[in-house]
Design a protein around this ligand. Structure first.
Ligand SMILES: Cc1cc2nc3c(=O)[nH]c(=O)nc-3n(C[C@H](O)[C@H](O)[C@H](O)COP(=O)(O)OP(=O)(O)OC[C@H]3O[C@@H](n4cnc5c(N)ncnc54)[C@H](O)[C@@H]3O)c2cc1C
Length: 391
């Protein structure tokens, strides 16, 4: 059986559901494939920023309900277990379980008339024919295709030979812990828990997500970082070893400068669109999915499907600029020479921790920071360095 659509979307995470919904709302026929049935789990901290909440509203018409989110307004910044700043955030951090969050997004796409194929196993992706052959023999062909199939993207592999660059990819380990281990809803970020990365404690309604993540190549001993971090928060659990942590890759800022070719586009993690400082990927997944869907709509209405990539580049370059700006600041936060001085700088300059929290909450775009603020941050960091040397 061969079915033909205007658009075939592979992967129904935040990026794929946004792409499929956007295209279907504009009147395109859309097939949306996923290897899992929904609801399904996805390893993730489930930290949803103010930026994500705005996109959730704009793209999916979903408001942040208590059923879907726990709101955390207290954030502790720590370094190797020592609290360096504790603050109330004016904009809450929204904490969700991806099982519920992604199912809600997937539902919106399906309700808009998208034809869902899930669970399916893909046997072959033919980029020239813009088609996908399923293990059961069915073939789905599109005028255009969007690969939104995550960090290990099969579409990216078909396009570029590999889904990501192993020297740049990030990796995270996580567990869900008993809710009773935390008596409040404080979110914690420990900037010393991993190299070029951090540890997190994210409170949820029914559990606590504890994890450690960073650049994979710089953390060959991520499991030991994880055990150390767990021992600080749940010593008994760490001692008994009675837990099973899970790991997954995340692009962590290693984005694809050209995310696709002609009528084949990549969105979300498949295009490497994750914030290089905070590891936030849900917002850019939704936004790039929307951009990719819009680009296909525009291309089909105007020059033809081969114009999709050019239309997508025009839009997605806004996200690339944000990631580039974050990359420049990342060196100030995570690099080895600065690392010992960063905690002191944060402790001595509340503006630094406030700025970090505003970025974390999605209140502030990196582009808004500008060179003036970056210069000020560098000066403060430099001040701490000198202070430390003099002491
Ligand atoms: C440990 C960890 C913690 C994180 N914490 C946060 C956080 O707190 N906040 C945040 O904003 N981001 C976080 N991220 C990043 C975030 O999870 C991703 O950026 C986000 O999920 C990207 O969405 P996506 O739609 O591109 O891909 P995904 O959410 O990965 O969705 C991809 C979909 O494609 C499907 N798929 C994959 N391969 C195939 C195939 N061959 N055929 C069919 N379907 C396929 C999958 O089943 C899945 O449904 C974290 C990531 C990790 C690893």
């Amino acid at each position: 059986m061969n079915c033909t659509y205007d658009l075939v979307v592979i992967g129904s995470g935040p990026a794929g559901s946004a792409a499929a919904l956007t295209a279907a709302k504009a009147g395109l026929s859309v097939a949306l494939l996923d290897k899992s049935p929904f609801p399904r789990d996805k390893l993730c901290g489930g930290g949803v920023t103010g930026r994500s909440v705005r996109y959730l509203n704009d793209i999916f018409d979903i408001a942040p309900s208590d059923a879907l989110f726990l709101q955390s307004t207290q954030v502790r910044l720590a370094f190797e277990g020592r609290a360096i700043s504790e603050q109330h955030t004016p904009t809450p951090l929204y904490m969700t379980m991806r099982r519920d969050f992604d199912a809600a997004l997937h539902h919106q796409a399906s309700a808009a008339g998208v034809q869902v194929f899930a669970p399916v196993r893909i046997a072959e992706i033919d980029l020239d024919a813009v088609s996908v052959t399923l293990a059961d023999g069915r073939r789905l062909t599109g005028a255009a295709m969007i690969g939104a199939d995550g960090a290990n993207s099969a579409v990216a592999r078909a396009l570029f030979g590999r889904p990501f660059n192993p020297s740049q990819i990030g990796f995270g380990l996580e567990i869900e812990m008993d809710r009773a281990l935390l008596d409040d809803n404080t979110t914690e970020i420990d900037l010393g828990a991993a190299n070029w990365g951090y540890g997190w404690v994210f409170p949820k309604h029914d559990s606590i997500t504890l994890g450690v993540g960073g650049i994979h190549a710089l953390n060959p001993d991520m499991k030991s970082h994880f055990r150390t971090y767990l021992a600080r928060h749940a010593p008994k659990l760490a001692e008994t070893g009675d837990f099973k942590c899970k790991g997954a890759f995340l692009p962590f800022g290693a984005y694809r400068k050209v995310p696709g070719r002609g009528r084949i586009l990549l969105a979300g993690d498949a295009a490497g669109l994750v914030d290089p400082i905070t590891g936030e990927g849900i917002a850019w997944a939704m936004k790039s999915g929307q951009f990719a869907g819009q680009a296909v709509v525009e291309a089909l209405a105007q020059g033809g499907p081969d114009q999709a990539m050019a239309a997508y580049m025009q839009r997605v370059s806004f996200i690339h600029r944000e990631i580039e700006a974050a990359h420049r600041i990342r060196t100030l936060i995570y690099s080895r020479p600065v690392r010992p001085f960063f905690p002191r700088a944060v402790e001595r300059n509340p503006t630094m921790s406030r700025t970090y929290l505003r970025l974390l909450a999605g209140d502030l775009d990196y582009a808004d920071l500008g060179y003036k603020v970056m210069f000020r941050l560098m000066r403060r960091l430099g001040g701490s360095l000198l202070y430390r040397r003099a002491a």
